[in-house]
Design a protein around this ligand. Structure first.
Ligand SMILES: Nc1nc2c(c(=O)[nH]1)N[C@H]1C(S)=C(S)[C@@H](COP(=O)(O)O)O[C@H]1N2
Ligand SMILES: [Mo]
Length: 495
């Protein structure tokens, strides 16, 4: 009989062939139809938010890569066990591979916007894996010593190499920005009829977050690649006048440019899931008003091309704030991962209830009638941004020298604005920080405070007050379903 170790390697090779072939075939069907992306997408949609937060905390922005590597590793381990089981009973091995093929196919056809062909990569991959498992075990078992070792190495070596090549090629081809990036570069951005105020003269570096360091949060394992020539926003539901608008028509409408600070509801106290960019776009109300929303339609559900949804209060879109259907970020067409060709930006609301990227539909409805993506997963339906402040320097992880230290950071309360930032050093009374200039109430505000640091361990705490006079909530509550609260505290060693 084939040895255990070898049987395990054959099992792993079979799984590799299934995944590699699947990834390559996905080039023909859809980037999201490959077995790893399909199963990964299913996991993302079904894992509780706490699991995702753990992944984000552990792997930072690499959570998506980590998820896929994890999926492949777990599959590899199961495949090794199946290979060993197949030594005695080939049917167990073949049956096991068939089950995995079916799981991949089911995950794929159940993705939003999937069609029946999305099953093909997983099914063909599984069929190839079954063939390899069957042949390899038979050949190795039949072969007498010492060729047997050579045959084993040959089959598994060629199988693994082919799988790796197919998978790698498939990934390169499905992930290439290609024609979408060409179309993006070709966009001729219109001049706004109202420009964003200038960046304040005394702004410190970091007031505007560059596109390549702007945080990214979404459920998309594969960045949607939409052709702007094909793009339309369809507006329907509780409206007098359903209609749809093309990218060219949108570009022809009067645009405004605004700095707006975007933040994520899962941003922890002191966290980095917040950024400030200059957005160019059409006011949402100019487009929405055309549809004439009916009375009582208190929610507009924005749906992205990959099926993700968010629900925004109709009032927030119509009340005159600078809610935008944005096409550009910091002077360039939206980067693909930030929603090209069109996304929403709504000042004053967390991203998950407002900032739909790759938006293709607006369904005018009610909060009672529809729960958007994150609501059944435990997040609040309504989520205005809470007043927050953050200490960016000094960095508590580095030892500081005694003498003058600039304590500095940002504070934000979009739609209300920041009126005061105070810092407490150890047991001293609160000191008011100097507020730097700000473009509008919709962006974060930088602040600084000079401190004569003495040797020893120190604790710095920051808190902000918004322009309505309300003090930032003190209690640290990370798992609040409508946004974390708490005063950011940094411990510094001065030596
Ligand atoms: N299509 C789509 N849009 C989305 C999301 C998503 O998962 N899919 N996530 C939202 C969340 S939770 C946030 S905080 C913002 C983040 O936008 P950014 O990635 O451009 O920073 O996008 C929002 N828009
Ligand atoms: Mo978010």
């Amino acid at each position: 009989m084939v040895g255990r170790g070898r049987a395990a390697v054959v099992g792993v090779t079979a799984a590799a062939v299934a995944l590699g072939a699947g990834e390559l075939i996905a080039v023909l069907t859809d980037p999201s139809s490959g077995p790893v992306v399909a199963v990964g997408g299913w996991i993302i949609d079904h894992v509780p938010e706490s699991g995702k937060e753990l992944a984000i905390t552990l792997f930072g922005t690499y959570d998506k890569v980590a998820l896929q590597i994890g999926t492949v590793l777990i599959l590899g381990a199961i495949a090794a066990v199946l290979g060993i089981a197949a030594r005695r009973r080939i049917a167990v091995g073949l049956g096991g591979v068939a089950v995995f093929g079916a799981v991949g196919a089911l995950a794929a056809v159940n993705r939003p916007n999937a069609t029946g062909v999305w099953a093909v990569p997983s099914l063909v991959g599984a069929a190839l894996a079954m063939l390899l498992l069957h042949r390899a075990l038979a050949v190795i078992a039949a072969a007498p010593q010492p060729q047997d070792r050579r045959r084993f190495l040959w089959i598994t070596g060629v199988g693994l190499a082919a799988a790796g090549l197919a998978g790698g090629l498939g990934r390169v081809l499905t992930q290439r920005p290609g024609t979408t990036e060409v179309a993006r570069k070709a966009v001729d951005l219109p001049m706004p009829i109202s420009s964003a105020g200038p960046v304040p003269e005394n702004a410190m570096p970091g007031y505007v977050t560059p596109n390549d360091t702007f945080y990214r949060v979404d459920t998309a394992l594969v960045v949607p690649k939409l052709d702007p020539k094909q793009w339309r926003l369809r507006v329907f539901g509780m409206v007098e006048q359903e209609f749809s608008i093309s990218y060219a028509e949108l570009l022809a409408m009067p645009m405004i440019e605004r700095y707006v600070t975007l933040s994520c509801v899962s941003n922890d106290v002191g966290g980095k899931l917040v950024g400030n960019a200059r957005w160019l776009g059409v006011p949402v109300k100019d487009v929405l008003a055309r549809a004439k929303p009916r009375k009582g339609a208190d929610q507009v559900v924005s749906r992205s091309s990959d099926g993700w949804t968010c629900g925004t209060p109709t009032a927030a879109l119509m009340d005159g704030r600078d809610a935008l259907l944005a096409i550009a970020m910091n002077g360039e067409p939206l980067p693909l991962e930030h929603g090209f060709p069109v996304r929403m930006v709504v000042p004053g609301l967390y991203g998950y209830v407002s900032a739909c990227k790759w938006v293709v539909e607006w369904e005018v409805t009610t909060f009672k009638a529809f729960d958007a993506y994150w609501i059944p997963r435990g997040w609040a339906q309504q989520a205005p941004i809470k007043t927050m402040s953050r200490i960016d320097t000094p960095d508590g992880r580095k030892k500081q020298k005694p003498g003058e230290i600039m304590i500095a950071g940002v504070a934000w309360a979009q739609q209300r604005g920041i009126d005061k930032v105070e810092v407490k050093i150890d047991d001293e009374p609160w000191r008011e920080a100097e507020l730097l200039g700000v473009v509008s109430i919709d962006t974060w505000r930088q602040w600084k405070l000079s401190w004569q640091a003495t040797p020893g361990e120190h604790t710095l705490v920051v808190r902000a007050t918004d322009r309505s006079g309300k003090l930032q909530i003190e209690k640290v509550e990370y798992l609040a379903d409508d946004g974390a609260t708490g005063w950011h505290t940094v411990k510094v060693s001065v030596v």
